[in-house]
Design a protein around this ligand. Structure first.
Ligand SMILES: Nc1ncnc2c1ncn2[C@@H]1O[C@H](COP(=O)(O)OP(=O)(O)OP(=O)(O)O)[C@@H](O)[C@H]1O
Ligand SMILES: [Mg+2]
Length: 169
């Protein structure tokens, strides 16, 4: 949880407890509604913590029709969704080894026209853009999840602040 500790210096942090898959998805929708082209969201956390579900919410918040739902990109690495307000690049680095990372061309997505959501973003750690939203998901029970959102840069500071006022801690 070093990242969370570092947030005290560089970022703004809010913690949200989710007690159902629907709640996690709704939080994703709330975030998705506020995103702009070029935004980067990094997701880290336990297996089955809800990263893909949260991403599905983001897609919905960006106006991707429900039918075109976000599935786990674990086997394809990058999924693109083009039916929303902005394209979404959903990248999952979970199964990636160091060498393969260079071949994915993931960095180009970060500078693209879309919103980039990266699962298992710890794999690229320091190489993430400075301005971004980090979400750390922790499994605390069968249906209980702790989501720690840390915003870096002015826009994401404001987003985290708005979420805190809405009831996060
Ligand atoms: N409060 C909750 N929030 C999110 N998911 C929950 C919650 N409670 C139970 N779940 C269940 O946990 C699972 C989360 O799956 P999901 O694929 O989103 O996780 P993930 O973090 O992407 O996993 P992976 O590491 O395999 O990519 C789902 O089966 C969901 O129903
Ligand atoms: Mg996943």
């Amino acid at each position: 949880m070093e990242r969370i500790a570092a947030a005290k210096r560089n970022g703004k942090k809010v913690t949200v407890i989710s007690t159902s898959p629907a709640e996690t998805q709704r939080l994703g929708v709330w975030v998705g509604r506020r995103l702009k082209a070029g935004d980067v969201i990094s997701l880290t956390g336990d297996m089955g913590a809800g990263k893909t579900l949260f991403t599905r919410g983001i897609a919905e918040g960006l106006g991707v029709p429900r039918g075109q739902g976000v599935r786990s990109p674990t086997f394809t690495l990058v999924h693109e969704y083009n039916k929303g307000r902005h394209p979404i690049y959903h990248i999952d680095l979970y199964r990636l080894r160091g060498k393969e990372l260079e071949e994915v061309g993931w960095e180009e997505y970060l500078w693209g026209e879309g919103v980039t959501v990266i699962e298992a973003a710890e794999k690229i750690g320091q190489r993430l853009p400075e301005e971004r939203l980090d979400v750390v998901l922790v499994r605390e029970g069968v249906r209980r999840r702790r989501l720690v959102l840390v915003g870096y840069g002015r826009r994401f500071h404001l987003l985290v602040k708005a979420l805190a006022m809405r009831g996060g801690r």
